[in-house]
Design a binder for this molecule. Sequence first.
Ligand code: FEO
Length: 450
Amino acid sequence: MYCIRKVTNDLLWIGGNDRQTPKFEAAHPVPRGMSYNSYLLLDEKTVLFDTVDRAVQTQFFENLEQALHGRKLDYVFVHHMEPDHAATLGDLMIRYPEARIVCNGKSVNMIRQFHCADPNHAILVNEGDTISTGRHTFTFANAPMVHWPEVMVSYDSTDKILFSADAFGTFGALNGVLFADELDFDRDWLDEARRYYTNIVGKYGPQVTALLKKAAGLDIQMICPLHGPVWRKDLGYILDKYSKWAAYEPEEQGVLIAFASIYGGTETAAAILACRLSELGIRTEMYDVSVTHYSYVLSDCFKYSHIVFASPTFNNGIFDPMEHLLRDLLHHNLQNRKVALIQNGSWAPASGKLMTQVLCEMKNMELLQEPITLKSALAPGQEKELEELAQVLAASVKGEASTPVQEPAADKPKGFVCKICGFIYESDTLPPDFVCPICRRPASDFEPVT
Ligand code: FEO
């Protein structure tokens, strides 16, 4: 049975909602499901705006057949070839062989790659090209890397609608509603919209900014994305969010504490720091990165102005879940944040230095002070260090102090660590005939502790 919603007098939503697949793109949990939007225009010519993911193909083809009501399908605009939209394009070409695919040259190559089919009667469009379908005229604009290289958007100058591909999408199934103004978007959807943006498109801020500049030159009254609700009111709200996200500007002045903890020592320090920050009136959020999926933590790293990373040392490295998060932040180009570190290591703490190295690969990440070092757990009197860190963070959040950028701490040997077993010989010099008392390795297997 079909399940359709009317967008305008001659435009229908004919997509589908998937509430069963646990992870979007096999990576990101979607506990609230996912919508795959497709639209059909009933003008003098009929136009399908993208197909859908395989998960909702049965619903989609029933919707399409019903919406066409016996009419011929004239055009299929392919804005994005990623299979969450184009997986059913091959089937569509078989079912509607007369439909002419409208896409750019990059998409043609991908159609061949994904569907082993040649859209030999495709209409290739370039930046600024137009197609009239009767009452409506569409202009095409390329939006490379929002989120794949072939992405394009189209603008209906008749009804002033932007068909925006992945841009302005969100995680979450549409449960009967279609328009953002039918929801309390800020309360119920913004977090998932941010998580979608940051994880899917967050790496490509400059490309999103370029698209926003193109959009700024248009009179847009409605945005029809490929995921999530349609925007027909208060477009400035979502455009402002996108503008901040694309520029890697924080939305909130506050502190996110991302911690990992094996036996609780690091967690206790993180919790005490959170208490001190809250007492100072600083908005604070905490995540255990071993528990919370990294996509949520990454999203809040984009949201907050200040981030504290607290991690044990593990196998002489950063504890795995924290290392994964940091690498994910690096790969998503997070930048322009103020950062502090807490490291833990029962015999050779090294996570502080290693986390600093990853942060130094990112742009404009300002380390507010040298890492606080725990040895297994907070030592008596060390709570003072957390109190001082809270004050440094609070002053920075409130803009009360300009804190100088600190480069990664220079190597300062405080001893020598056995590369085999981790034993530390605490001295400024290591005797050449020294032998590790634990594993009996010679001095050549030691290196300076930094
Ligand atoms: Fe919704 Fe990039 O696909």
